[in-house]
Write a protein that binds this ligand. Structure first.
Ligand SMILES: Nc1ncnc2c1ncn2[C@@H]1O[C@H](COP(=O)(O)OP(=O)(O)O)[C@@H](O)[C@H]1O
Ligand SMILES: *[C@@H]1O[C@H](CO)[C@@H](O)[C@H](O)[C@H]1NC(C)=O
Ligand SMILES: *[C@@H]1O[C@H](CO)[C@@H](O)[C@H](O)[C@H]1NC(C)=O
Ligand SMILES: *[C@@H]1O[C@H](CO)[C@@H](O)[C@H](O)[C@H]1NC(C)=O
Ligand SMILES: *[C@@H]1O[C@H](CO)[C@@H](O)[C@H](O)[C@H]1NC(C)=O
Ligand SMILES: [Mg+2]
Length: 497
């Protein structure tokens, strides 16, 4: 097999990448780590074989538990499944041999034993040959994410087990077996691969492939997994708080679209148990979920409503227990309240356009009180988007205000005297998005320094126009599709007008 050499090379390379990251960034912890291992091997030699065997047994038990968690996710999709086979299977599959035949074991084998080109667009270990690791993008309790350029120059993100993470640390402390622990923690990556395959959506990070460095026991590197993902930018809440409302609204809308999808996903209603901004990244301004290992489609069973409580630090909710004995909408509602408390409260009300304040208030209240389901929430968001794109919320602006300005088409300006405004799309001057010249005129009228503005023809994600406002300029210059508006009443000194 000609590909085999490459795969081995890639696996070795992968080990090397992990190693070099450790060496360059975490030397001291590695040394401590090493010391602990050698101390432990001494202890074993010294005698306590029994303790070792019981630890080993406990670790194997944990490995099996993790495996069982993944198996229900491997069931093929049952989009038209009316008699609840998938629902049944998800609950009691672990003990049912007869269901083995319908499991998607191809996927499982692919994940466990190296990779196979199952889909034409999937990258595998071969894709990682001659890659360049650039920097660390982020890390969490479980995983380390490295920015990588592939041999062809394509940028990707590589997710690996975080050797220095809390998960590995706790496991090694408990079981004293780094190799077994790496395998245990790798199950979270494997689970994530399966979920990324099953839950494909514009607001879920794109899985490009994976490499399981299972080299048949050679070198003892079994269990090493690398997930190849689309590269994003970790979500920076502080930065987002300082950006225009339009961008903050986009993040919230994307989140609601994601939660709408998760509520009726191929796996059932999926909830995110570890719902935090740090589990998301943005790709060209679009929000994408990247951490899925704590996602679950399990339903909570109940006997009465009191069994269906959602507890949050400042708020508790009780949901109805259905006649089938499951908490109705619990997964969906948990997601909605987390979206409210981690995203909406920070991003949505602040500086919302005046025409939207009542709509935003309504969303804040209905999500904060869990009065709306995800369908209604999505509808409310899409309604705002529609108004925003069409400019209908600006109907009360007097049409006459544009007559205060002289317009020059196909022109730009030079020698500008800029002023700053907030939140501006540009650091130097005042650049805001507008629906039309009329809205720009309204904004210019409300800024005491403003005497002219330019519609540049550049657009934001909603299709609104970028307008740059200024105090004055010295020259008009021919400039394609730009339009310069100059206030008639307080005309600035210009050489051409
Ligand atoms: N595709 C990606 N592009 C850029 N950064 C990412 C990507 N995926 C994850 N990250 C960053 O890496 C961090 C750790 O990844 P995550 O999957 O959340 O690991 P953990 O399960 O340990 O929390 C994330 O908080 C995020 O900032
Ligand atoms: C390990 O055992 C060897 C030989 O039994 C001994 O010389 C050494 O000091 C021990 N190391 C530790 C860390 O206990
Ligand atoms: C939520 O419920 C828990 C457990 O019943 C209770 O301890 C806590 O005080 C409640 N919190 C609020 C804000 O009501
Ligand atoms: C929702 O509105 C009600 C009535 O105005 C108010 O009492 C409540 O505090 C609001 N809840 C939230 C989460 O904003
Ligand atoms: C939500 O919308 C989906 C279609 O997008 C529909 O299938 C589902 O029944 C709706 N749920 C509720 C509770 O209305
Ligand atoms: Mg995370």
């Amino acid at each position: 097999m000609p590909g085999m050499g490459n795969s081995l090379r890639a696996a070795a390379l992968l080990a090397f990448v992990v190693l070099s990251i450790l060496v360059s960034l975490l030397i001291s912890s590695v040394q401590q780590f090493g010391a602990r291992i050698s101390h432990f091997s001494n202890a074993t030699v010294a005698g306590d074989e029994e303790e070792f065997a019981s630890l080993r047994g406990a670790l194997i038990y944990q490995l099996n538990e993790r495996r069982k968690e993944i198996i229900p996710l491997l069931l093929p999709d049952h989009d038209d499944d009316e008699n609840g086979l998938s629902g049944y299977s998800r609950h009691s599959l672990q003990h049912d041999q007869t269901l083995d035949s319908i499991l998607d074991y191809n996927l499982w084998n692919e994940i466990t034993h190296g990779s196979r080109k199952a889909h034409m667009d999937e990258m595998d270990c071969d894709s990682l040959v001659d890659m360049q690791a650039m920097e660390i993008l982020g890390s969490g309790y479980t995983k380390l994410v490295v920015k990588v350029n592939l041999a062809g120059g394509q940028p990707v993100a590589l997710k690996l087990v975080n050797e220095q993470g809390i998960d590995m640390g706790k496991c090694v402390e408990d079981f004293k077996d780094p190799r077994g622990c790496r395998e245990l923690v790798s199950y979270k990556l494997k689970k994530e691969i399966v979920l990324l395959q099953r839950l494909r959506h514009p607001n879920v990070i794109k899985l490009k492939g994976h490499c399981a460095g299972d080299v048949g026991g050679r070198g003892g590197e079994g269990g090493r997994v690398a997930v190849i993902l689309e590269q994003g930018n970790p979500l920076q809440m502080i930065q987002l708080l300082q950006s225009p409302w339009e961008d903050r609204f986009r993040v919230c809308l994307d989140l609601v679209r994601l939660l709408h999808f998760l509520s009726q996903s191929p796996l059932g209603s999926v909830t995110l148990l570890d719902f935090q901004p740090r589990q998301f990244v943005t790709v060209s301004g679009e929000l994408k979920l990247t951490d899925l290992d704590d996602a679950t489609a399990e339903e909570t069973s109940c006997q009465m409503d009191a069994d269906c409580t959602l507890q949050f630090p400042h708020r508790n909710f009780t949901l109805p227990c259905s006649t089938q004995g499951v908490c109705e909408g619990l997964n969906e509602k948990r997601n909605i309240y987390n979206a409210y408390r981690y995203f909406f409260t920070y991003l949505l009300p602040h500086q919302a356009p005046p025409g939207f304040t009542h709509l935003v208030d309504h969303i804040m209240n209905s999500t904060g009180e869990l009065k709306a389901d995800i369908n209604q929430t999505l509808e409310a968001f899409e309604h705002i988007l529609l108004l925003y794109k069409s400019g209908l919320h600006l109907d009360n602006l007097p049409p006459s205000i544009i007559r205060d300005y002289t317009v020059m088409r196909g022109m730009g300006t030079s020698g500008n005297t800029e002023y700053r405004c907030w939140p501006s799309y540009s650091q130097q001057g005042c650049v805001l998005s507008v629906h039309s010249g009329r809205e720009a005129a309204y904004i210019c009228n409300s800024h005491s320094q403003c005497n002219s503005f330019t519609l540049t023809g550049q657009k934001t994600w909603t299709g609104r126009l970028l307008a740059s406002f200024r105090s004055s300029f010295s020259h008009l210059v021919p400039d394609g599709i730009s339009e310069v508006y100059v206030k008639k009443t307080k005309a600035p000194e210009t050489s051409t007008v």
